[in-house]
Design a binder for this molecule. Sequence first.
Ligand SMILES: [Zn+2]
Length: 253
Amino acid sequence: MPLEFLKRKNTPDASAAPTPASPSRGASITLPEEVIAQEYQLKLYYAGKSSEGVRMKTGPNAMSELPSMLHGLARSEIEVVEPLPIEFSQATPVISRPSEAMQWLNAHHVHSPVTRHALVVLESIDAIDLAFDTFVCALLDGEVDTSGYPEYSSVVGGVASHWDESTGDMIVRAVVGWGGKGVRGDTDRIGSRLLSGILTNVLANQYALGLTAIERPVPAAGRGGLVCAHCGFASAHERAFYCPKCGMRLLRG
Ligand SMILES: [Zn+2]
């Protein structure tokens, strides 16, 4: 009789369950002096680090060099996330904003759980912006759960590159991030070590010209930018001089 205990609620003569006072009988309901509240809380902690930029000699092979900068550090498959075209300019990983969330899912559902986790963390803390960044990503430290998603103390990331608006050079920086429903004391130190390891790899690349200050491009506020005559990429970045995807000069009408 597994449901036997449920029947007790309906027993009319249960002396342990007095009928509640009804307002129609004249008894007034007074507010208790102190409300007893059940507390609910979720603390999400996202963090990340981004290095100085490294100016790269641009050439036809510049973009294809990016994944090699994670060699020796990546602990999962290395994935490349290209800048998002204008139809995804509102994409945001916030599920309570369905239109923005749908754009984000349409843009990123093809990626691995590691990359999607990295994008949620690094976009939420504004460490990368896919209006102009190309992001090359892998798991760098820690474990994934049975569904393949990194644990909160796992470090993810890699390199992000964009095209310098004044010179058209490719600027590459190291970016790492971590976080979720928890925080562990040594993750920050591991993140710093990985950031320095990636930056070392970037500087060791044959096309590297040296460290440079990063001036991030300013994304479009409204109408959107130009269509690249070389690769057809429609940029949401109206002030871009160089195509965020292929790096060729954008022609203005
Ligand atoms: Zn292009």
